[in-house]
Design a binder for this molecule. Structure first.
Ligand SMILES: [Zn+2]
Length: 214
């Protein structure tokens, strides 16, 4: 029998729209398959850093496409327009947004960047997320290009289909295709590496930031 995770309302926090897809895109695909309610909140559409041959709102269009690929409902997307690289200047506003999301959505599992993430925006969302969701189970997702250290403490087993959906979702971010980690082979090999650690074909790994058993 396939074992299911004992959570029903899951909230993904992304500093920039594509972070959730990278950090836990395979897991999102798996949870959707299990019929869980999934919400995705992203705090910056990075309009200032979209390449000039794309429309300013490219990332907004792309994140909606990626959500569709993963099976997320568009009404479950919460997009905020904080300025990229400046989230820290708005940390109190972001904290208040998070508290509001907590009240409105009542999630029982949160995914967010690891506190060991070097990007200032990622670190801000992680720190404020820990504050807002201190009574919730929280897993920190991995973004290897931003982590000097990352404790592979929790794993979610994935199959080939989940990885395929993750690759497809990442492909939707055409405005980011110049980044060296936007690479299908890398995404597959990364999933395989995490799978090998636990004797399965594919997986994603997480830091346990808080674990509450009910
Ligand atoms: Zn990011």
């Amino acid at each position: 029998m396939m074992s299911e995770m004992n959570f029903s309302r899951i909230l993904i926090l992304s500093p920039h729209v594509d972070d959730g897809e990278f950090g836990c895109g395979g897991t999102i695909a798996k949870l959707v398959e299990q019929g869980k309610e999934i919400f995705h909140a992203a705090f910056s559409l990075a309009e200032e850093s979209v390449p000039s041959d794309f429309p300013k709102n490219a990332l907004e269009i792309e994140v909606k496409k990626a959500a569709k690929v993963l099976g997320l409902k568009e009404e479950n997307l919460f997009l905020y327009k904080y300025k990229v690289r400046e989230l820290d200047s708005f940390r109190q506003d972001i904290l208040e947004d998070l508290v509001k999301l907590k009240k409105e959505l009542n999630p029982d599992l949160i995914f967010m960047p690891s506190p060991n993430d070097l990007h200032q925006d990622h670190y801000t969302v992680s720190r404020e997320g820990l504050r807002a969701f201190k009574e919730n189970t929280i897993l920190g997702y991995e973004l290897p290009w931003n982590n000097i250290t990352f404790n592979t403490l929790a794993f979610i087993i994935l199959n080939r289909e989940h990885i395929k959906k993750k690759q497809e979702a990442i492909k939707c971010f055409e405005s980011q295709s110049h980044r060296y980690y936007v690479n299908e082979d890398f995404v597959r090999a990364w999933g395989m590496t995490r799978g090998v650690q636990i004797g399965s074909e594919f997986a994603e790994t997480f830091e346990v930031l808080r674990w509450i058993m009910r």
